[in-house]
Ligand binder design. Structure first.
Ligand SMILES: Nc1ncnc2c1ncn2[C@@H]1O[C@H](COP(=O)(O)OP(=O)(O)OP(=O)(O)O)[C@@H](O)[C@H]1O
Length: 597
């Protein structure tokens, strides 16, 4: 029972490789070059034994050395042809593999950038990055080396078998009868060897994962002085992996013994039967030599084919995973005929009875019938306890998700009827967690508007109160920051984000204030930078600072996805509700009372 199922699975498992055909098909020249050189190399190899037989049977039967020299010259020419065809095959095939995988990497990456956040809620970014790296590498070796090895050995194996039959039907019959004797033990043994080497690989992967986890958390492990414990566990894991590897190597060594013995014993047996025919004068010595060479070729080709099978089915798995990724539809798309947003922009935002539940946590709704209007140029602060839904308001406004009920309108246009890119182009966001890319300060700021001139970048940095610290860095605007570069402080990162937003110059500003306290100087600088950014823009700010709520035109207090209060700081403090409570906890008591008076 198990076997047919197994075989079916295997047959099915190579199918996904077909999905690579469109990629391969774009490079007909390379494919034609690869096929031509492949066939040429196989045919030349198959012609070699013929030449050897003629040389033995005719070349040696004459006293004249010219004939034998001619045969040698012919053999030399064939060797040169074989070398040339093999080199050409290598070039075409490997280039094709590199080309196809570069295209695939490009397509997968550009597709990933279009997918909606709901996809990244489901799939971890580490898994995606590993697909991009490991799966493409596996496909590269399959499209390149493996496929050509398989094809060459298929041609060579079938050709050699046919030539064996042509050369000596009787000996071929003998060999064919012996095939099960050779193949059955090899297949059975090979399966257990593969099982063992997979077990060894799994153990090594587990040890590596443990090392990665611990090195990633090296500070924690040192704080708890757990170096000895962790090293002991790793040593045990590596030792287990070594033992598994040794068991697999031992099995492989035994397989090598069995394979070589069986194959060469069969060759010796054929030679023994053949030599009796030669002695009886039924067969020439050259014919026996030719037959032997063909049987060695056939055996070698079959052996190689069984090796590449595993690699091809792994690549098929990789192709399947990548094409699945490419088939993933973005959840948020522009409608076929998107409505243009009015020009010039007014910057009015309206939430009209908006309800929303995250697809990743369907049991808990994040917003319930939220309704408010922010007039052009107005500043609205959103205040609420953790988990109230403040960031969700930002995510919906940028149309990272679609609302379940109600509508969000910008300048009167439902965001679902507009192109999401046009909606986002009207907004600049200063997030709480500022992403600093591994690039220069200049490039980091210019992310706000790629193509901005140096003067524009520097003007934005000045307006964001960032120029002073930038010029104090070793290489000023050209200093590398982020990973492997200079680490910026919280206040500095925020000012970079503000400079980015200034450069973007969008009519709507979304501000997510940092919760962690900045020192007094940074705080003052960041406030000044924000003040210049907020001028004449519609601003929605998730507020954590007293200064921000004091300056806001209105404050929206939300709790568990609902609006619970709305008003100015003063009116809400007087009211003595949730806001007054939050403000008492969050802002310094004395300052609050002063401000409320
Ligand atoms: N990507 C997501 N997938 C599933 N649920 C989410 C997601 N993001 C937020 N939530 C849930 O939605 C609710 C509202 O979250 P939201 O981040 O909007 O709150 P918040 O008011 O911004 O909180 P905080 O002040 O802590 O940032 C929470 O219950 C949260 O667990």
């Amino acid at each position: 029972m198990a076997q047919p199922e197994d075989a079916q699975q295997r047959r099915r498992s190579l199918k996904p490789l077909r999905r690579l055909f469109p990629y391969i098909g774009s490079y007909r020249g390379l494919v034609a070059g690869a096929l031509f050189s492949l066939v040429l190399a196989a045919v030349t190899t198959l012609a070699l034994p013929l030449a050897v037989r003629r040389m033995i049977d005719h070349g040696f039967s004459h006293a004249d050395t010219t004939l034998v020299s001619n045969y040698f010259a012919m053999l030399m020419a064939m060797a040169a042809m074989l070398a040339l065809a093999s080199a050409a095959r290598y070039y075409f095939v490997i280039t094709l593999g590199e080309r196809v995988v570069s295209d695939l990497r490009r397509d997968v990456f550009s597709h990933l950038t279009t997918l909606s956040p709901s996809f990244f809620d489901r799939v971890q970014s580490g898994e995606i990055v590993s697909r991009l790296a490991a799966d493409t590498t596996q496909i590269k070796s399959a499209v390149g080396a493996t496929a050509s090895v398989a094809l060459r050995n298929l041609i060579l194996g079938l050709g050699a078998l046919a030539m064996m039959v042509v050369t000596s039907p009787k000996l071929s019959g003998l060999v064919i009868a012996a095939i099960p004797l050779v193949v059955v033990p090899l297949v059975a043994f090979g399966r257990s060897v593969r099982g063992r080497s997979r077990a060894a690989q799994d153990m090594l992967a587990a040890a590596n994962a443990y090392a990665g986890e611990q090195i990633g958390a090296v500070r924690t492990l040192q704080s708890f002085t757990n170096e000895g414990l962790v090293t002991g566990r790793f040593r045990a894991a590596v030792e287990a992996a070594f033992k598994a590897a040794r068991a697999s190597v031992l099995a492989r060594a035994l397989l090598t013994f069995v394979a070589i013995f069986i194959i060469f014993a069969s060759v010796v047996a054929v030679l023994w039967f053949g030599s009796r025919d030669v002695l009886a004068g039924v067969m020439s010595a050259g014919t026996l030599g030719q037959f032997l060479l063909y049987s060695v070729f056939a055996a070698g080709a079959l052996g190689a084919l069984s090796e590449v099978w595993g690699e091809l089915s792994q690549a098929a798995g990789a192709a399947e995973r990548l094409t699945e990724l490419l088939a993933e539809e973005p959840g948020i798309k522009a409608p076929a005929d998107p409505k243009p947003l009015p020009v010039p922009t007014r910057g009015e935002i309206a939430f009209d009875g908006v309800s929303f539940t995250y697809p990743a946590s369907p049991s808990r709704s994040a917003l319930h019938e939220l309704g408010f209007v922010i007039r052009p140029g107005e500043t609205m602060a959103i205040v609420g306890p953790s988990g109230a839904g403040k960031s969700t308001v930002f995510a919906l406004l940028q149309r990272f998700y679609d609302v379940d009920n109600g509508a969000i309108r910008i300048d009167g246009i439902d965001v679902r009827e507009a192109d999401p890119r046009a909606v986002r182009a009207r907004m600049a966001i200063v997030p709480q967690d500022v992403t600093i890319f591994a690039a220069s300060v200049r490039e980091n700021i210019a992310f706000g508007r790629p193509g901005a001139s140096d003067a524009e970048v520097e003007a934005a940095a000045r307006a964001a109160q960032a120029e002073e610290f930038i010029l104090r860095l070793e290489r000023g605007y050209d200093t590398q920051v982020g990973e492997r570069g200079v680490t910026l402080s919280g206040g500095q990162r925020q000012r970079i984000a503000i400079a980015r937003a200034i450069l973007r110059d969008a009519p709507i500003l979304l501000l997510d204030e940092a919760t962690s306290a900045l020192d007094a100087t940074s705080e003052t600088l960041v406030q000044a930078a924000l003040a210049s950014l907020m001028r004449e823009r519609t601003t929605l700010v998730i507020a954590h600072r007293l200064a921000t709520v004091l300056e806001a035109d209105r404050i929206l207090v939300i709790d568990e996805g609902r609006i619970v209060e709305e008003g100015t700081h003063r009116s809400l403090v007087t009211k003595g509700g949730l806001y007054a409570e939050l403000a008492r906890l969050q802002f310094e008591a004395g300052v609050l009372e002063d401000a409320a008076e």
